[in-house]
Design a protein around this ligand. Structure first.
Ligand SMILES: Cc1cc2nc3c(=O)[nH]c(=O)nc-3n(C[C@H](O)[C@H](O)[C@H](O)COP(=O)(O)OP(=O)(O)OC[C@H]3O[C@@H](n4cnc5c(N)ncnc54)[C@H](O)[C@@H]3O)c2cc1C
Ligand SMILES: NC(=O)C1=CN([C@@H]2O[C@H](COP(=O)(O)OP(=O)(O)OC[C@H]3O[C@@H](n4cnc5c(N)ncnc54)[C@H](OP(=O)(O)O)[C@@H]3O)[C@@H](O)[C@H]2O)C=CC1
Ligand SMILES: CC(C)=CCC[C@@H](C)[C@H]1CC[C@@]2(C)C3=C(CC[C@]12C)[C@@]1(C)CC[C@H](O)C(C)(C)[C@@H]1CC3
Length: 517
């Protein structure tokens, strides 16, 4: 099983085997027995945190007071921007530990912080099939609210705590992205407070330059205060078909054929367990299910999803099951993909699942807050977390590069399309194109792993094939390399025109590893 290979702790052959033992007993426990802290403190704390937000959002939504308060809250953002002293550039006041990214931004310490306390779903319009959300609405909150009413957004990025604002300003992807594009492509308009404190709305037809420049700009063009998104009808189940593949050629050709399929699959996903074996999953929503084939994989006592999928590979059989929609959306949530193995090593044990599985996963934000310096350094040296987005045509070559450089399994494969719109993300060949997200999270299985050098070699490969790197992880590119990967023409024009240069840091200074703690 993939699980037995994964550990963040340096092995004797590792390049970091001479790292010093962590100082102090608390650090020692944090590093060697992180699960003690997680089980006795973080899981109960995560539970209480969820109850608080769940109750608050429920009350706010039921009494429909959010739209009225929205204007007042936006006026407060405008006031903060207008009274900015003009010295240090601005960023949002959301603390770094709360965000779903590997590191915290160093700029959070030096920038002038603007509080954007906008946490509500504002309006659901089933006639125009749109939803208006404030930027701190989380994916967990949004799918809960919409699915109960029979709706959903076409692209629901994994992980409950991802926010609408973070996904618009960064990027978001899910297994429906080959049909609907990235999170930015399901957005119809944005409401922003600009550097001068003015409030603007932008869409394809109104301020299009701004509309196309907001995604991937990481809050360096203005503060987002609301987003209008498409919604689509939700169905009760997702019918998932599992197709085990026993060679790289077979996996790549199955994955590509299912992504291109004329009649279409609503969801396409791949999990690679070694360079020569993996499972391609295709899925479609439906309202009825065959008797005996429903699998509520989100239930607390169920095995982790990636281990469940691996069983199809072990048996060498194709399979079909019906998964309730929200369970499907959250299939990787309980195991934080496969990262939970390093945090609660016995988390997939059946006794643990029945007793405490309902408290899992711990909140990523609380894990970040309590990880300590020694744990941070261990992850830094022995852990590799990257999502590289490469053209579908380069998929096989890219997987071979990942195998040579890091040899981490499982690998997450998710196809998506890039539309030929202006902005940071220009598709290869200038026309709409299909890409694949190669998500690699874990401890490298090679002896010569070096965080910076290895990542830079992979980044160079991604640039060569005209791909992109997701910026929530560590990027070691130089400014020139970063500007080669992302088209800055429109971004630079807007930054000048809207006098952003003093008001916000430039995007590179927010996302590069040099500027992370
Ligand atoms: C009004 C409202 C406001 C909310 N606000 C917030 C908020 O501000 N912040 C926030 O983080 N969350 C928020 N949530 C979401 C909620 O806290 C999470 O989605 C929580 O994980 C839901 O668990 P559940 O068991 O009650 O879901 P259920 O309705 O029981 O979920 C349906 C199915 O999906 C599965 N499932 C749901 N969530 C997960 C998961 N995380 N992992 C695995 N399977 C899962 C369940 O096991 C179940 O089978 C809000 C929800 C509502 C209704
Ligand atoms: N499945 C997926 O697609 C996944 C995506 N991710 C990544 O996680 C990140 C999102 O995480 P999340 O914790 O939600 O977001 P973050 O708090 O990390 O925010 C990401 C960026 O968006 C900016 N931003 C957020 N809200 C606003 C706003 N209202 N106005 C202006 N700028 C804003 C932040 O600016 P500032 O720095 O000023 O705070 C920050 O630079 C994205 O980068 C995404 O790519 C991670 C895991 C999975
Ligand atoms: C595009 C997709 C699907 C991306 C999924 C990315 C996840 C696997 C990433 C996002 C945030 C992430 C980097 C994180 C971690 C694991 C991998 C995560 C969850 C953990 C929890 C690993 C343990 C670490 O000590 C620490 C708590 C800092 C991080 C926090 C962020």
């Amino acid at each position: 099983m993939a699980s037995s290979k994964i550990s963040i702790y340096p092995s004797s052959s590792s390049s970091t085997s001479n790292s010093k033992p962590p100082p102090g007993w608390l650090e020692y426990i944090l590093v060697n027995y992180r699960w003690v802290i997680v089980i006795f403190f973080l899981l109960p704390a995560s539970f209480l945190y969820d109850i608080y937000y769940y109750t608050r959002s429920w009350v706010v939504f039921r009494i429909s007071s959010a739209p009225h308060n929205h204007d007042k809250k936006v006026a407060n953002v405008q006031r903060q921007v207008r009274t900015w002293d003009g010295v240090a550039p601005m960023c949002t006041a959301r603390p770094g530990w709360q965000t779903i990214s590997f590191r915290e931004g160093a700029y959070k310490k030096t920038c002038h912080k603007v509080a954007i306390n906008l946490v509500d779903v504002l309006r659901i319009d089933t006639k125009t099939q749109t939803v208006w959300c404030e930027p701190l609405v989380t994916m967990g909150q949004l799918t809960h609210t919409l699915v109960e009413l029979g709706w959903t957004i076409p692209v629901v990025p994994e992980m409950d705590d991802l926010t609408v604002g973070g996904l618009v300003m960064g990027t978001g992807i899910e297994t429906s992205s080959h049909k609907h594009g990235l999170f930015q492509h399901i957005c119809l308009s944005y409401e922003l407070v600009l550097a001068d404190g003015s409030l603007v709305t932008c869409s394809k037809d109104e301020n299009p330059d701004l509309f196309y420049s907001v995604p991937w700009s990481y809050g360096t063009l203005g503060f987002l205060t609301a987003v209008e998104m498409k919604i689509v009808a939700a169905q009760r189940f997702v019918k998932v078909e599992y197709k085990p593949c026993n060679s790289l050629e077979n996996l790549v050709s199955t994955f590509r054929a299912e992504t291109w399929k004329a009649e279409g699959n609503q969801f396409v996903e791949g999990l690679l367990y070694s360079l020569q074996s993996g499972v391609v999953m295709t899925a479609n929503m439906c309202n009825t299910a065959e008797i005996g084939k429903i699998n509520e994989i989100g239930r607390w006592y169920k095995p982790w999803f990636f281990t469940h999928v691996e069983n199809y590979l072990a048996r060498g059989e194709c399979g079909v099951e019906y998964i309730p929609l929200r369970d499907y959306y959250h299939r990787h949530t309980r195991s934080i993909f496969w990262e939970i193995q390093d945090i609660i090593p016995f988390g997939n044990n059946v006794a643990f699942r029945y007793l405490l599985g309902w408290l899992v996963p711990p909140k990523v934000s609380l894990l970040k807050l309590t990880q300590g310096q020694a744990m941070k350094e261990l992850y830094e040296k022995n852990h590799f977390i990257q999502d590289m987005l490469v053209p579908l045509d380069s998929m096989k070559e890219a997987l071979e590069v990942f195998h040579k450089e890091v040899k981490i399994y499982p690998i997450w494969l998710c196809p998506f399309k890039v539309e030929a719109n202006p902005g940071m993300l220009r598709p290869v060949g200038g026309r709409e194109a299909l890409y694949v997200d190669i998500g690699t999270y874990g401890t490298p299985g090679v002896n010569n792993y070096h965080p910076e050098e290895t990542t830079r070699r992979i980044e160079a490969f991604v640039r060569k094939v005209k791909g992109f790197q997701m910026m929530y992880a560590d990027s070691y590119m130089t400014l020139e390399e970063y500007r080669e990967m992302f088209d800055h023409v429109l971004y630079d024009k807007l930054r000048k025109g809207m006098v952003c240069e003093k008001a916000f840091p430039q995007v590179y200074d927010k996302v590069n590893r040099k500027f992370r703690i």
